[in-house]
Design a protein around this ligand. Structure first.
Ligand code: 7TS
Length: 406
């Protein structure tokens, strides 16, 4: 049953607080989403009832904590439709997932002269790990150009391939513009030349159905905190045979099969990549977040967010001097914009005075800002709990801010 917007909003306690005397209007969901009560309760339950270290104790608390922790892995497996539960590796988030691949698969497979392809709209976390690797290995980082609308130019992508192409790592949905990239086509083309593909799913996992088997990507990375879950927990999906061939990332407890002073053998998947005590409470609460999303349904989430995007685009374009950055045909509910003569940060502060939270700046996508020759944008990003009234408040707040600043 589809819940009403009021029911959904009632599930998020923070939406009922005031900021600077005004009801909170939270439009910074691409940075992090708010948490439903089910997630907060799961965290409280864990620390109140089952707190123990996982995988090593034989006492009841350790068994319960381990069962709850591992149950999240099964829920993630369903959420992304991976073939095997051991293909789901828990990390701190998208950033750590990408670094894991760069430091393990990358170090093992990238040789001098090899080539890695990314796009011009990547988040820094899908740029810097590859720059570090390329510098270390004397490899080459190539970049797929984009159009003024913020869409990947596929014909230019085709031209970047060479026999040295080993990896293509692209964002599924741009955090700064909302563009949905044609990742299926990118994956097929990359596989045709024998390259592996990593998909940065930090922004896509909330809005689109994720089916890693259908996508046929080699790696997929996402973060719980953008999925109504806690910070500090995320996922790296990798195809089993690839993960098995990779050396470990961190060494320590949990990731060994046998440790002697002359030699250590490593644990099977997924534990080979999960050294040390994991983020147990947040992992357990992540399950509640995914179940919450499933209870609303991705189709309903997308439909509601699309309505907000359409309405907001129409309203914002009525503001004099406002230009939307990122006008791809295929978009999710992110609107980045600049306004003639006003600095994004000044607008952000004035909106905050009215309780309206947007993000301003380069959004960790500085090369993209360079492409548009701007220092940054204002960005409103919507979630299923946002309303048309909140967009009206944003528009009104922007108009007042412009009057004050111009
Ligand atoms: N990739 C994309 C596309 C992102 O949007 C982000 C975070 C990351 C990677 C990194 O994720 P993390 O969970 O490891 O930090 N994006 C944003 C943003 O747009 N505003 O704040 C964080």
């Amino acid at each position: 049953m589809i819940q009403s917007i009021d029911d959904i909003r009632a599930d998020f306690p923070i939406l009922h607080r005031k900021v600077k005397g005004h009801p909170l209007v939270y439009l910074d969901n691409a940075a992090t989403t708010q948490k439903p009560k089910a997630v907060i309760d799961a965290l409280t339950y864990y620390y109140t009832n089952t707190n123990a270290n996982v995988h090593r104790g034989i006492h009841s608390l350790a068994e319960e904590a381990t069962a709850d922790f591992e149950a999240t892995r099964d829920t993630v497996k369903e959420f992304i439709n991976s073939a095997h539960r051991e293909e789901v590796i828990f990390t701190r988030g998208t950033t750590e997932s990408i670094n894991l691949v760069a430091y393990t698969w990358g170090r093992q497979n990238i040789k001098e002269g090899d080539e890695i392809i990314i796009s011009a709209m990547e988040h820094h976390s899908n740029i810097v790990p590859w720059q570090i690797l390329c510098e270390e290995k004397n490899a080459l980082l190539k970049v797929i150009p984009i159009t003024e609308h913020g869409e990947i130019i596929m014909e230019e992508f085709d031209k970047l391939f060479s026999p040295k192409t080993k990896l293509v790592s692209v964002v599924h949905v741009s955090n700064a513009m909302g563009t949905i990239n044609p990742v299926e086509e990118i994956i097929n083309k990359s596989h045709a030349v024998g390259a592996k593909v990593l998909i940065d799913g930090a922004q896509s996992s909330m809005h689109l159905d994720i089916n890693v088997q259908k996508l046929n990507c080699d790696f997929f990375a996402c973060s719980a905190h953008k999925l109504f879950g806690p910070t500090g927990i995320g996922v790296l999906y990798g195809k089993k045979e690839i993960l098995e061939s990779m050396p470990p990332f961190h060494g320590g407890g949990e990731m060994i099969k046998d440790c002697t002073l002359p030699k250590t053998t490593y644990a099977d998947l997924p534990y080979k990549f999960e050294a040390g005590t994991p983020n147990i409470g947040d992992t357990i609460a992540f399950k509640a977040a995914l179940e919450y999303i499933q209870s609303i349904g991705k189709a309903h989430i997308r439909k509601h967010e699309d309505e907000l995007l359409r309405y907001a685009t129409e309203k914002l374009l009525q503001i004099n001097g406002l230009k939307i950055i990122g006008t791809a045909r295929n978009k999710i509910s992110v609107i980045s914009f600049v306004i003639n003569g006003v600095h994004p940060q000044d607008v952000g502060i004035l909106l905050d005075n009215k309780g309206i939270a947007i993000r301003t700046g380069h959004h960790c996508a500085q090369p993209l800002m360079d492409f548009y020759e701007i220092p940054g944008t204002m960005r409103a990003s919507f979630a299923v709990y946002n309303t048309i009234e909140e967009i009206d408040k944003l528009t009104e707040g922007l108009q007042k801010a412009i009057k004050l600043l111009l």
